[in-house]
Design a protein around this ligand. Structure first.
Ligand code: E4P
Length: 217
């Protein structure tokens, strides 16, 4: 399973990248706004900086909601760097745009996916990635991980090549469950990635080894 970090914060991206296990980055307009980035040239420069930091797929989201606007924006985003993946919302115009990008060799991430039907449409349009939002589904009283399992099953049965990118991850357990459910990628906040490291027996065991090492040092 590939690991992406879900942030536009450069120091968090660097910290995750320094672990040596990072395969890419996802951003969205809310995450960009959180970093205080304003104006098209600043936004484009920020994507470029992320691409230069991380050697992997970097999702950059279109803001238009009509087909022509999405295509124009997506072409400009894709021109920033070969690793840019154009992120397109799961709406009717978005499906048309996904197909256009597929036909024109531009990688895509279909975002805001909350059902198996939407995931089938994304795959039919040739999306590189489909992003079911696990945490937001859990927040609304449903089980996000069941959706990952359902999509994984459908994609396998039908031979779809679209990769399942588990998004809206809230904790380390979500990452483990997404891996078990068949997600190809997990995009996670830094805290959730670092949460995978934690186990009290590791800390206790290491403290004991270091204490005992003093006896023969
Ligand atoms: C995915 O690409 C989105 O950026 C993200 O995972 C949304 O997560 P949230 O529900 O924590 O905002």
């Amino acid at each position: 399973m590939k690991f992406f970090i879900d942030t536009a914060n450069l120091s968090q991206i660097k910290e995750a990248n320094d672990l040596g296990i990072l395969d890419g980055v996802t951003t969205n307009p809310s995450l960009m706004a959180k970093e205080g980035i304003k104006g098209e040239s600043a936004v484009f420069q920020h994507y470029k900086t992320i691409c230069e930091l991380v050697n992997g797929d970097i999702s950059a989201e279109v803001l238009s909601t009509d087909f022509e606007g999405m295509v124009e924006e997506g072409k400009k985003l894709a021109a920033i760097h070969p690793n840019i993946v154009v992120k397109v919302p799961m709406i009717k115009e978005g499906v048309k745009a996904l197909k256009w990008f597929t036909d024109n060799g531009i990688k895509t991430n279909c975002t805001l996916v909350f059902s198996a039907g939407q995931a089938i449409l994304a795959a039919k349009a040739g999306a590189t990635y489909v992003s079911p939002f696990i945490g937001r589904i859990d927040d609304s009283g449903w089980d996000g991980m069941l959706l990952i399992k359902q999509i994984a099953n459908i994609y396998q049965l039908q031979g779809f090549k679209t990769q399942i990118l588990a998004a809206s991850i809230r904790n380390a357990n979500h990452i483990i469950a997404a891996a078990e459910a068949g997600a190809h990628v997990c995009t996670c906040p830094l805290d959730s990635i670092l949460g995978l490291l934690k186990h009290p027996l590791t800390d206790i065991g290491l403290a004991k080894f270091l204490e005992d090492a003093k006896k023969f040092a």
